[in-house]
Design a protein around this ligand. Structure first.
Ligand SMILES: C[S@@+](CC[C@H](N)C(=O)[O-])C[C@H]1O[C@@H](n2cnc3c(N)ncnc32)[C@H](O)[C@@H]1O
Length: 228
């Protein structure tokens, strides 16, 4: 099983390599809408999970929605289009920040989508709290940390960023707020994620949706919801 995971991780690395070869900006259609994709950003041309999360995440009218790692910004834009009154999106990749801003502008939701560059929650004020916090996490667990910015979209060395995401969530969730986690048990280590959630005092951990897809290998994606 472990060997298989290693093989799949190598497959994902190869897909990131293809993504990295893009030299120009291009367009991608998703769920009937057109999005701009910058070359050095996690792309829906190569990865299928964004569409699954965009479909499965239901946003309540008027809620405050925080997305960590928006990439091209598709999920943040859909959250705003579904009626979130305020969306905040934070990505470590400066190109993803620009990409999210331009897609928010394209879909006329810039006034409700604020985008920052930074590490997980770093750009937020302590008092900033949200009804929903979502991250399509870089669920590929690896041990070496000398990786490119684009590889950071799919690999999280020692789950250091995932740990921060889970541990510090309570400081930015409203009472009864939900932490939504995009994950893959095929590529990631759910046992580590679960341990992090339990030790951060999350009491309810629910599987909301699951799908099967194919990269260079079969892969399952899950959307989990955790509440304190
Ligand atoms: C799997 S991609 C998801 C992108 C987008 N949400 C989607 O579903 O298409 C993960 C994103 O997290 C960002 N990221 C990685 N580490 C981060 C960190 N420590 N803080 C903020 N963003 C991070 C990556 O740059 C990437 O855009």
């Amino acid at each position: 099983m472990h060997k298989l995971k290693q093989k799949y991780i190598a497959g994902t690395k190869a897909v990131v390599g293809e993504n990295a070869k893009e030299a120009n900006t291009y367009m991608h259609w998703m769920l009937g809408k057109k999005f701009i994709v910058y070359p050095d950003v996690f792309s829906q041309k190569y990865f299928t999970d964004t569409e699954f999360f965009a479909k499965e995440i239901k946003v309540t009218q008027g809620e405050k929605f925080l997305e960590i790692g928006p990439g091209t910004g598709i999920i943040s834009v859909f959250a705003a289009l579904q009626g979130a009154k305020r969306v905040v999106a934070i990505d470590i990749n400066p190109s993803a920040v620009k990409n999210t801003k331009i897609n928010a502008k394209l879909h006329a939701v810039s006034h409700r989508v604020k985008v920052y560059q930074g590490d997980v929650y770093a750009p937020l004020e302590r008092s900033d709290r949200f009804d929903t916090i979502f991250w399509n996490t870089p669920f590929g667990y690896i041990k070496h940390s000398n990786i490119s910015m684009l590889e950071r979209a799919v690999f999280d060395p020692h789950y250091k960023s995932t740990k921060k995401f889970v541990e510090e969530a309570k400081e930015h969730l409203k009472k009864n707020g939900r932490l939504l986690i995009g994950f893959s048990t095929t590529l990631g280590h759910f046992s580590i994620l679960k341990k992090l959630l339990v030790s951060a005092n999350f009491k309810i951990i629910k599987l909301i949706a699951e799908t099967r897809s194919f990269e260079t290998h079969p892969v399952k994606f899950q959307l989990y919801e955790a509440k304190l």
